[in-house]
Design a protein around this ligand. Structure first.
Ligand SMILES: NC(=O)c1ccc[n+]([C@@H]2O[C@H](COP(=O)([O-])OP(=O)(O)OC[C@H]3O[C@@H](n4cnc5c(N)ncnc54)[C@H](O)[C@@H]3O)[C@@H](O)[C@H]2O)c1
Length: 308
C-alpha cells in the first residue's frame, strides 16, 4: 500500500498518518495548512508532504502518483462557516471532494475512504441513527457531506471505484484546537476548566452525544482502507452521554469541581443523538474503543503538557 491522506496535517489526519506509519505503510499527505500544521506530523522517512489545495486539480493529480489507496479528510470543517459562506464551503467540500474522487478514478486507485459526517442526519425523524435513517441535513456543511455520499455511490456503481464514507460522530482528543470558535464541546470545556472558568451549557444539559476518541477514529480509517466495505458507515462508540454526565466525568478526571452556567437553547441545536454501530462492528471490533473517562484523562494530560 501507498496511501495519500488529504488533510493529513489536521486533527484526525495526523493521528491517521501516525497509525499508517506504525503499520509500516508509506504515506503522502496533501494539505494546504489552512487549519492543520506541520507540528502535528512526525518526521519519518516514509512520510512525504505535498503542500497544495484539493480545489486545484493539477495538485490533486500530482499527489496521486504511485498511490494505491486514498484517505480523503481535507475539508472546510466548520458548520458555522458553512452557514456564513456557503459558496466558499461548497468549493472545498464538494468541488475539492469531486477533484479527489475523479483523480482516484482516473489513476485507478484500489480504494478511497473519505470523511463523511453525522451532520448528514441533521434533525432526523427517528432514532437510533443507523445508516438507513433518512438524511435531513440542517446546514450547508451537512448537505455537502451528504452530496459527497451520493457522488461516492454513483462513482462506485457507474465507474467501479471502491469507496467507503465514514460518518464520524463527535470526535475528541489531542491536537483538537480549543481556540477555534468551532471546536468540539470537549476541548472548549477543558480549556474553561484549565482557566477555572464556569462551563456554559445551552439549555438544561440533557442533550446527548456520542463522543469518540480520535485514536479510535484513526483505527477505523486504517481498517476501512484495508476492507472492501462500500456505502457509508457510522463511526461512533454506540454509547451516549448527556452534557451534564460529560461535565461530571470531566470534573472527576480533572479532580476539580466545576461550575455550570445554563444559557438559552441555541437555535439549530440538536437535542438528542443515539447511534447504531452494527455496520462498524462488522468492519472491526469496537469493544476495545476508549471509554470516555480514559479518553478524557489522556486529553487532560496532553493539554497540560502538549510536548509529551
Ligand atoms: N472532528 C470532528 O468531530 C469531525 C466529525 C465529523 C466529520 N469530520 C470530518 O473529518 C475530516 C477531518 O476533520 P478534522 O477534525 O481533522 O479537521 P482539521 O481542520 O483538523 O483537518 C482538516 C485538514 O484539511 C486541511 N484542508 C482544509 N482545506 C483544504 C484544502 N482546500 N486543500 C487541502 N487541504 C485542506 C487543513 O489544513 C487540515 O489539515 C473533515 O473532512 C471533517 O469534515 C470531523
Amino acid at each position: 500500500m501507498h496511501v495519500l491522506v488529504t488533510g493529513g496535517a489536521g486533527f484526525i489526519g495526523s493521528h491517521s498518518v501516525e497509525q499508517l506509519l506504525e503499520a509500516k505503510i508509506p504515506v503522502r499527505i496533501l494539505d494546504n495548512f489552512s487549519s492543520g500544521t506541520r507540528d502535528n506530523l512526525p518526521k519519518h522517512a516514509q512520510l512525504e508532504i505535498q503542500e497544495g489545495d484539493i480545489r486545484d486539480q493539477t495538485a490533486v493529480h500530482k499527489a496521486m502518483k504511485d498511490i494505491t489507496h486514498v484517505l480523503h479528510l481535507a475539508a472546510q470543517v466548520s458548520v458555522q462557516a458553512s452557514v456564513e459562506n456557503p459558496p466558499e464551503s461548497c468549493s472545498t467540500n464538494i468541488g475539492g471532494f469531486v477533484n479527489v474522487l475523479q483523480a482516484s478514478r482516473v489513476n485507478r486507485v484500489q480504494r478511497m475512504v473519505y470523511a463523511s459526517s453525522a451532520a448528514v442526519y441533521g434533525r432526523p425523524a427517528q432514532l437510533p441513527l443507523s445508516e438507513k435513517v433518512m438524511a435531513q441535513p440542517c446546514s450547508p456543511y451537512g448537505l455537502e457531506k451528504y452530496v459527497n455520499d451520493q457522488y461516492a455511490a454513483l462513482f462506485a456503481t457507474e465507474f467501479e471505484v471502491s469507496l467507503l464514507g465514514l460518518r464520524y460522530f463527535n470526535v475528541y482528543g489531542p491536537r483538537q484546537d480549543p481556540q477555534s470558535p468551532y471546536a468540539g464541546v470537549i476541548s472548549k470545556f477543558i480549556s474553561m476548566i484549565e482557566q477555572h472558568l464556569p462551563l456554559s451549557v445551552f439549555g438544561d444539559g440533557a442533550q446527548t452525544r456520542d463522543f469518540i476518541f480520535v485514536k479510535d477514529i484513526a483505527k477505523a480509517n486504517v481498517q476501512a482502507l484495508q476492507s472492501d466495505m462500500g456505502g457509508v458507515c457510522n463511526v461512533a462508540t454506540g454509547k451516549i452521554h448527556s452534557l451534564l454526565e460529560l461535565i461530571d466525568i470531566l470534573s472527576r478526571c480533572a479532580n476539580q469541581s466545576v461550575e455550570v452556567v445554563h444559557q438559552a437553547v441555541r437555535e439549530g441545536d440538536i437535542p438528542f443523538s443515539e447511534t447504531e454501530i452494527t455496520r462498524l462492528q462488522s468492519l472491526m471490533p469496537t469493544d476495545g474503543f476508549t471509554d470516555l473517562s480514559t479518553g478524557l484523562t489522556a486529553l487532560l494530560q496532553y493539554t497540560a503538557n502538549p510536548d509529551n
